[in-house]
Write a protein that binds this ligand. Sequence first.
Ligand SMILES: O=C(O)CCC(=O)C(=O)O
Length: 295
Amino acid sequence: MAMSPMGSIESFLDSTPLLTEPTALRSRANELGYLFFPGLLATEPILSVRRQILEICQNHGWIQPDTNIDAGIAVDDDVIIESTGDPRWQAFYNDAQRLRDFHALALSQPILDTLAVLFGEPVLAHPRNILRVIFPRSATYTTPPHQDHFYIGGSRDTWTGWFPLGDCSIELGSLAMVPGSHLTGFHDVHEAKGAGGRAVDVDADSTWVGGDFACGDVLFLHSLAIHQGRPNETDRLRLSCDFRYQPRSHEVRSDSLTPHMNWLTWDEVYAGWRPDDPLRSYWEAWDLAVVDRQS
Ligand SMILES: O=C(O)CCC(=O)C(=O)O
């Protein structure tokens, strides 16, 4: 299994009471490297995106026939994995990346408002929005422990917003992290199975935090915070998003402003959107400090 064994797992600390206390919110973020907000987002837009993605899953033959599509029950005779280079994943993902409402979720006002308090300045939401669809019977490919900075570069003050599209129990495979691990620096990586294909080592006696997620709960993680997925032990697809945010005045790496995976151009993503949609290339209105990836 790609994930690291977790000896001790505690519950996420609810940071909702700190939303009106910027100093205390920043102090907790600095101490723990994560912020968890149950019910931060309204459920309807999330469930609408979930439905649209499940319809794409169904079009690609991933939903068990004669079942309720909203349950997201996976076909029982196949497993499609993002990180194996399966062309069926790419075909699915290109359809999903075209969904306007998926990209709109990353710009949800409660997320931007929360992070503006954390950053103390306007927020840059990276448009490179990531969708994960995790099949049952894919435990070997569960996302291994990693730090997002390895993939994102740019400002270390970048945070990931992770949330499931729908309720997500531990059994369905949620996310867990090591509080305070963002203070341990940038770790060496090694090859591993699962999303991203790289892992960091984690001390066996680390204390983790994790738990069930209800639809609308959001977990924010510092870019150096070590986190990993949990195996999907159900018969259903686990749908979740990873959206990245940073203070707008900080450096941003140019590839954070391109579509995830670069399989499509922005013109291809936007092809079915209204020409005057304000979400198109919204970041181009700002004078950003864009840096290139170091080779
Ligand atoms: O959802 C997952 O399994 C992993 C997401 C994640 O950790 C990431 O993309 O950085």
